[in-house]
Design a protein around this ligand. Structure first.
Ligand code: 3PG
Ligand code: MG
Length: 376
């Protein structure tokens, strides 16, 4: 993959109007911004453009309003926060209010770029979408990657091409099927892959363990068994599990139900909901010895304080690690923030799906477009 053009590659932008595609798809709670990371992350690009004398107009999607205006997805709260952080930068209304955005409609692209002299993509988290605002403008305007996008690409493609070893990857999340491609991509480059989260139970089942009522994807058992056969001890599974007993409910301790540390044999009626303390310690040791670490996906149901220990231990180990540490994905970034550790890692990706797709494929539609290689 050739490099994407960066801000310095733009023709002079002094006095010019620059359209900035950002990913301000921030989490909202009761209409308030729960985490403004994605807005703050675009500031280096905005500041550079304004220092050069450009007039910056930003645009973003927010949520999935499905091509029709819906006040629930108004960018108003983002606009207010942006006005505090970067006064004078305009923000267009939610791109996904128009069906032309997701359809990559040429007429929508034409309306979007009307009156602009240059385009900057700093929307890393949306650059895996072949949507109008991502792949359209570079076909018509001088275009470049912003600072955030360029840094994400440098870090994540660097993991694929020349990681310092040992490279330890930790993956969580509920489904093997969602993560299969990234599991394969990581096994191709990492020295070991530690598996936690709901998806570990299908792997444990493939090894013949009884997993009780834990999350299970029956149709992935064969795939898991083949991965275990092929990669042997580079694929590391939990050796103990924290489980919730009969009658228990996630997020509702008042519902009762025992919580126990078990080995990897989980009785009927019990549900594995976190990796156990032995596994957390083992994963922590492996992370401490790594020179490169990539973590995506929680180890358990960390939103429930009874089951946060595994995710907290991994987050702490990543934060303490001396190696180069990268955290990708919305949930793991949220977990880091919940534990107050987000400043302790080298790179927290602003992209969930985008960071995994870049790791899997080494490229994204938004990057191809900036290189002038996008074909619809
Ligand atoms: C994200 O939050 O993952 C990005 O903003 C992309 O959003 P999308 O999954 O709705 O396309
Ligand atoms: Mg998403």
């Amino acid at each position: 993959m050739t490099a994407v053009p960066t801000l310095e590659d733009l023709p002079p932008v002094a006095g010019k109007r620059v359209l900035l595609r950002a990913d301000f798809n921030v989490p909202l709670r009761d209409g308030e911004i729960a985490d403004d990371l994605r807005i703050r992350a675009a500031l280096p690009t905005i500041d550079w453009l304004r220092d050069q004398g450009a007039q910056v107009v930003a645009c973003t999607h927010l949520g999935r309003p499905k091509g029709t205006p819906d006040p629930k997805y108004s960018v108003a709260p983002v606009r207010a926060r942006l006005a505090e952080l970067a006064p004078g930068v305009e923000l267009l209304e939610n791109l996904r209010y128009d069906p032309g955005e997701e359809a990559d409609d040429p007429a929508f692209v034409a309306r979007l770029i009307d009156g602009f002299d240059a385009y900057v993509n700093d929307a890393f988290g949306a650059s895996h979408r072949a949507h109008a605002s991502i792949v359209g403008p570079p076909q018509f305007l001088p275009s470049a990657a912003g600072r955030l996008l360029a840094r994400e690409v440098e870090v994540l493609t660097g993991l694929r091409s020349n990681p310092r070893r040992p490279f330890v990857a930790i993956l969580g999340g509920s489904k093997v099927s969602d993560k299969l491609k990234v599991i394969e991509a990581l096994l191709a480059v990492a020295d070991s892959l530690l598996i936690g989260g709901g998806m570990c139970f299908t792997f444990l089942a493939a090894q013949g363990a009884s997993i009780g009522d834990s999350l299970f994807e029956e149709d992935m058992v064969g795939t898991c068994r083949a991965l275990l056969d092929e990669h042997g001890d580079r694929l590391v599974l939990p050796t103990d599990i924290t489980a919730l007993g009969p009658g228990g409910e996630l997020m509702r301790p008042e519902a009762g139900g025992d919580v126990r540390q078990l080995g990897t044999t989980i009785p009927a009626g019990w549900k594995g909901v976190d990796v156990g303390p032995g596994t957390a310690a083992d994963f922590g040791d492996r992370i401490a010895e790594a020179r490169t670490v990539f973590w995506n996906g929680p180890m358990g149901v960390f939103e429930d304080p009874r089951f946060e220990a595994g995710t907290r231990a991994v987050a702490q180990a990543v934060a303490d690690a001396a190696g180069f540490t990268v955290v990708g994905g919305g949930d793991s970034a949220a977990a880091l923030a919940q534990f107050g550790l987000d400043d302790e890692v080298d790179h927290v990706s602003t992209g969930g799906g985008a960071s995994l797709e870049l790791l899997e494929q080494g490229d994204l539609p938004g990057l191809a477009a900036l290189r002038g290689e996008w074909k619809a």
